[in-house]
Structures are given as structure tokens and as C-alpha cells.
Design a protein around this ligand. Structure first.
Ligand code: SF4
Length: 163
């Protein structure tokens, strides 16, 4: 698998100062996607154990509140193994920091049983719908997307929406 970009200090994707990684490859091709350079599965750079170690090192500062995993599509079958490995390694090392993840898949129908979600705190799900875009939305681009409290949702077996 491949990734597009790592941001060492990101204040736009989730609460507080965060490290973020944009995975490479997305099959959804939403109209007016904010990040079309991430669509090509052959683009970007190779994602390896060194990538995971680099991210863990970048997160080893008090001011970094968590890790954001975006795309591209982190839960595409091509990317899911690396995403899971990264999320697991992060939570093992930083149990008190949070993971936010953005995925075009639907939580209940397509993601609920995936191992990666065990390590994620907040999931923003659903593809971007340009007709439902609003600049005032927080953490998401269109109103069909949902900001889900994943920890609570998995524990209580019902979908709990934050935004
Ligand atoms: S799911 Fe996200 S990355 Fe993929 S095309 Fe839609 S907006 Fe772009």
C-alpha cells in the first residue's frame, strides 16, 4: 500500500494539534473531492514499518493530542491492513491519545466489524456529496457525513453521533 502525505502538526483534522496521515488510493471519486491527488493507488510513497515508526516518533510530544487517518480511502481493501497496523501500534504506545479516522464507507453496513475500528475513537463516515456541502460543517465536508463516537457506539452497540 501507499500513502500520500504526513503532516507533523495538523490543526484542521480533529481536535487539538495532531499528526495526520493521508493514505493513497480512493475508488469513490466523489465530485469535487478535496484531495483528488490521493485517488491513484500507484501514486504517493510506499507505506512500510518505517512509516509507522516515523508517525509514532512524531506523536511522542505532549502537545500532540492524537493521530488523524484520512485519504484517499484508509479502509479500502488495498489500504486496510496498513491502516489497522498503524492504528493498533499507535494505541498500544499512546493509550491516552485519540485516533480520528475519515472513511467513505458506511459505518453500520461496511465498517463495523473491521479490526481497525477497535483502535479508533472517532470515525467520520460516508462519501463527500458536493450537493450537500456547507462551509460551516465541523470535521466534515457535506451534511450526509457523520462524526461518530466510535468507542461509545461499539460499546453500546448503537450509533452515537457527535456532529
Ligand atoms: S471518499 Fe474522500 S478521498 Fe475519496 S473521492 Fe470522496 S472525498 Fe475524495
Amino acid at each position: 500500500m501507499r500513502y500520500n502525505l504526513i503532516r507533523k502538526m495538523d490543526i484542521s483534522n480533529g481536535p487539538g494539534v495532531r499528526v495526520s496521515i493521508f493514505m493513497q488510493g480512493c475508488h469513490f471519486h466523489c465530485k469535487n473531492c478535496f484531495n483528488p491527488e490521493t485517488w491513484d493507488f500507484k501514486g504517493g510513497k510506499e507505506f512500510t514499518d518505517d512509516t509507522i515508526n516515523k508517525i509514532l516518533d512524531l506523536c511522542n510530544k505532549d502537545e500532540i493530542k492524537g493521530l488523524s487517518i484520512l485519504g484517499g480511502e484508509p479502509m479500502n481493501p488495498v489500504n486496510i491492513e496498513g491502516t489497522t497496523k498503524l492504528a493498533k501500534a499507535f494505541k498500544e504506545k499512546y493509550p491516552n491519545k485519540n485516533i480520528w479516522m475519515w472513511s467513505g464507507y458506511n459505518f453500520e453496513k461496511e465498517l463495523k466489524d473491521k479490526e481497525a475500528l477497535k483502535y479508533v475513537d472517532v470515525l467520520v463516515d460516508g462519501t463527500y456529496n458536493d450537493e450537500l456541502h456547507s462551509p460551516i460543517l465541523k470535521w466534515k465536508g457535506s451534511s450526509n457525513q457523520r462524526v461518530i463516537d466510535l468507542k461509545k457506539s461499539l460499546k453500546e452497540d448503537k450509533t452515537i453521533i457527535l456532529e
